[in-house]
Design a protein around this ligand. Structure first.
Ligand code: NDP
Ligand code: NHF
Length: 313
């Protein structure tokens, strides 16, 4: 059975989930089925990933063959930036639910604190501030609360919110956020933000937990620590890969992780991380890798009023 963390509303989130960003429609359906067969009970989706139909097909095949029931699996989706107006939130969740062919999601997240105009491209690059909307994410949060009240989402949460933004929602909400999903890997271990969220009973989920191994060598991006020879050596001691060492380290921080893979052997590898314990010295080494360098920095939007990464954490 998959291990879980308790959320502040009594629900549980499985610690390891399958990421689906850039999982091609042709592969993701099989990847979801492989993951469920390997014991995953948590799939991380988003409207923005444009593959929710195929993710849903994979999940439904596993309902049909009797491997799981709806109650056994935790499904997350996210509201994209162009739809922050309060009256767009429920319709956008309904759109994701229709694609996934589900009646509810377990978790719905505001994908980013900053909003774009509905008419803007999904990732406006050259338009500057004219592409932005100034909808306050507190207004968006009211729409998120409606999702819970309508039974369309069991829990709601945030993604890419900094500490001040988390606190603002926390202090002005009727329904508390249960999760803040942010980038966490040894290059950016987010210890301060994790502690800040923990004090408010908000669990952190780590995206890019492997530091996007496919970004290795890309100019301007940190080298993923799964390629660090010392981390590879630590893995050898436990008969584990560097990816397993990194995921085990992240889980030891009290957070959940959503590694993405469409490769069956890696999908299996990434959940087989609970049968070893790193030594204090090994954890100290992984802690020392922290340099606050992101692989998802979104600097194109650094001038947005709600850009989250202009403060320390
Ligand atoms: N809320 C947000 O703003 C964001 C959320 N996310 C979510 O987090 C998930 C994970 O982040 P993501 O950006 O995908 O990056 P990850 O850190 O999960 O890295 C994914 C890459 O690592 C490869 N990989 C997977 N397992 C292994 C392994 N065991 N050894 C070596 N390489 C491996 C994958 O290749 P392959 O598939 O070919 O096996 C893929 O190229 C996303 O898929 C998405 O669901 C991500 C970014 C932002
Ligand atoms: O979920 C996501 C996947 O990665 C993208 C590129 O870094 C992000 O924009 C997005 O938030």
């Amino acid at each position: 059975m998959s291990r879980t963390l308790k959320l502040n509303n009594g629900h549980q989130i499985p610690i390891v989930g399958l990421g689906t960003y850039k999982s091609p429609p042709g592969d993701v359906q099989r990847a979801v089925k492989d993951a469920i067969d390997c014991g995953y009970r948590h799939i991380d989706c988003a409207w923005f990933y444009e593959n929710e139909v195929e993710v849903g097909e994979g999940i439904h095949e596993k309902f049909s063959d009797g491997t799981i029931k709806r109650d056994d699996i935790f499904i997350t989706s996210k509201l994209w930036n162009n739809f922050h107006a309060k009256n767009k939130v429920v319709p956008m969740l309904k759109e994701s639910l229709e694609k996934l062919k589900l009646d509810y999601v377990d978790l719905y997240l505001i994908h980013w604190p900053m909003g774009f105009k509905e008419s803007s491209p999904l990732l406006p690059i050259n338009e500057g501030a004219s592409a932005y909307s100034d909808v306050d994410y507190l207004e968006t949060w009211e729409g998120m609360e409606e999702c819970v009240n309508l039974g369309l989402a069991k829990s709601i949460g945030l993604s890419n919110f900094n500490s001040e933004q988390v606190d603002r929602v926390f202090k002005n909400c009727k329904i508390k956020p249960v999760i803040n999903q942010v980038e966490v890997n040894p290059n950016i271990n987010q210890k301060k933000l994790i502690e800040f969220c923990k004090k408010r009973e908000i669990v952190v989920t780590a995206f890019c937990p492997l530091g996007r191994s496919n970004y290795a060598g890309r100019p301007g991006f940190p080298t993923p620590t799964i390629f660090d020879p010392k981390v590879v050596d630590i893995g050898k001691k436990y008969n584990k890969t560097a990816a397993q060492v990194v995921l085990n380290y992240l889980v030891s921080l009290g957070i959940s992780v959503i590694p993405k893979s469409v490769t069956k052997s890696r999908i299996a590898e990434n959940i087989n991380i609970f049968d070893f314990q790193l030594s204090d010295e090994e954890i100290a080494y992984l802690n020392s890798c922290n340099k606050n360098q992101r692989c998802s920095p979104q600097t194109d939007y650094a001038d947005h009023k709600y850009f989250p990464f202009n403060i320390e954490f």
